[in-house]
Design a protein around this ligand. Structure first.
Ligand SMILES: Cc1ncc(COP(=O)(O)O)c(C=O)c1O
Length: 476
């Protein structure tokens, strides 16, 4: 199972007195969390040190490396977020250029900001006319992006894409890797949503098998692991493993949780022994689910490349994504992952079972019946990450983020330079970043999102209007 967990349990039952951190001293008997705290220790003798792993933690790293067939794998206890920050910092020197998918997660933009990197964007294809969520990044888009940078005299330090996306769209990583490597450019793939890929037939392969140089995966998103656990995989020598390790020691806590690390060890054990079987059973559940919902007319299920994601919308315009999300929660007690303008997202993992698929199919059939005679609400289209506005950059992200800023009403913001990120959360994909000119498109996008009551970060509620942070004109 997990050797680390066994050793922690054994230790917790020994008579060794802890004159060390953590301060609960494994003496929470009678309190909630006592069981977890009993195995919550620090870097004491015999338990290795994540930032200089030579013993049991090195073995867990090697287990990950063998499981994913990598040259090196690193354990992340600060989520994929820490891996993305380390990957960008290791691949790109201060002030260099990164070619990145515009629908990257906020953590990638933070990596750009702290390293004073110039981001050049790759815009995803729009995959679905009705729902307009972001599609894949094509190899042609990458080739074109590289060509444009080279024509502008810019050396591309790395290409960074997200695959699968939050909505389960997978890019052709193999062809993109070939394209990047032809120019000796490393490819970083944010595979936070794809830790389960490559383990069973019927699923796309993982980017680490398809030529990517660095791949970051959240174990906690689709595998049986605890929140915050993730891994970073390295293949080849285009990016220095030593630099990755250096930046991980900067971005990760100096007190990594042994509870989380034993959860990762256990997760790998379950994956090794039951992964393929469980994942294949989810495909069978999905097939039955598809069959049950295929005749629905007012509710539509979209099945993206990643079979663990199901997107639900009402294409006839009866309901917005948020309305479907709310009714599924309030009436059917089904908590979805996210609601967007026209659709919402149900996320499965290898640990689901038939019940998860059955309850959702039944609820959707019932909602369909209730919609038969209703008026259309004709939701105006707005999506989380598709149809991204394409604002023009007036200043690099770090200059605008560090410049003096002021809050102004959204209605007066067109033409001003954004001083902050504005995004829907989840999924945390910004549609305007510091340094970009706020366009009418951006304001429309924000207004539609607020009208739909989607959860927006980066705006303040003012008396008569929302307030948006812009660079102070005196400093422009
Ligand atoms: C595409 C993507 N990348 C990275 C992250 C960050 O992952 P974590 O929560 O493991 O830090 C997220 C979080 O939702 C995400 O959606």
């Amino acid at each position: 199972m997990s050797e680390l967990y066994d050793r922690l349990t054994e230790y917790s039952q020994s008579d060794i007195y802890p004159y060390h951190m953590p301060g609960h001293k494994r003496r929470l008997q009678g309190y909630p969390l006592a069981e977890i705290c009993n195995i919550d220790i620090t870097e004491i003798d015999g338990f290795d040190n994540l930032h200089h792993a030579e013993g049991i933690l090195r073995e867990i790293r090697q287990r990950a490396s063998k499981l994913w067939k990598t040259d090196a794998s690193f354990l992340l206890i600060n989520g994929s977020t820490s891996g993305i920050l380390a990957a960008i910092s290791a691949a790109a020197d201060k002030g260099s250029v990164i070619l990145m998918a515009r629908n990257c997660h906020r953590s990638a933009y933070n990596g750009i900001y702290i390293n004073h990197i110039r981001a050049r964007y790759l815009y995803p294809e729009s995959v679905d006319d009705t729902n307009r969520f972001a599609g894949c990044i094509t190899p042609d888009t990458v080739a074109e992006g590289i060509r444009e940078c080279h024509e502008a005299g810019e050396r591309v330090a790395a290409v960074l894409i997200t695959s699968p996306t939050y909505e389960g769209i997978v890019s052709d990583v193999q062809a993109i890797a070939v394209c990047c490597h032809a120019h000796d450019i490393p490819l970083i793939v944010d595979e936070a949503h794809g830790a389960h890929l490559g383990f069973a037939k019927g699923y796309p392969d993982t980017a680490i098998h398809l030529g990517a140089d660095l791949v970051i995966q959240s174990l906690h998103k689709t595998l049986p692991s605890m929140t915050q656990t993730a891994v970073l995989h390295l293949k080849g020598d285009r990016i220095s493993g030593q630099r990755v390790e250096r930046f991980l020691s900067i971005f990760q806590t100096s007190s990594p949780s042994y509870v989380l690390m034993s959860a990762m060890d256990l997760c790998m054990d379950i994956l090794e022994k039951e992964g393929a079987d469980r994942l294949e059973r989810r495909l069978q559940d999905l097939d039955k689910f598809k069959h049950r919902v295929e005749r629905l007319r007012h509710i539509s299920c979209i099945f993206p490349d990643d079979p663990l994601k199901v997107l639900i919308s009402a294409p006839s315009g009866h309901m917005t994504g948020k309305q479907i999300y709310d009714i599924l929660l309030e009436k059917y007690h089904l908590q979805l992952e996210m609601a967007a303008g026209t659709y919402c997202l149900a996320m499965f993992s290898m640990m689901d079972d038939e019940e998860g698929y059955d309850r959702l199919a039944e609820a959707l059939k019932e909602i369909e019946r209730s919609l038969e005679n209703q008026d259309l609400c004709q939701p105006h289209m707005v999506s989380t990450s598709g149809e991204l506005p394409k604002p023009t950059e007036s200043m690099p992200i770090h200059e605008a983020y560090d410049a003096p800023t002021v809050l102004i009403p959204l209605a007066q913001s067109i033409g001003r330079i954004s001083g902050d990120f504005v995004m829907l959360y989840p999924p945390g994909i910004p549609f305007i970043v510091p340094g970009e000119e706020i366009s009418a498109d951006v304001v429309r996008y924000i207004r539609e999102s607020t009208k739909r009551k989607l959860s927006l970060i980066g705006l303040t509620t003012g008396e008569d209007d929302f307030l948006i942070r812009v660079v102070d004109e005196q400093s422009e």
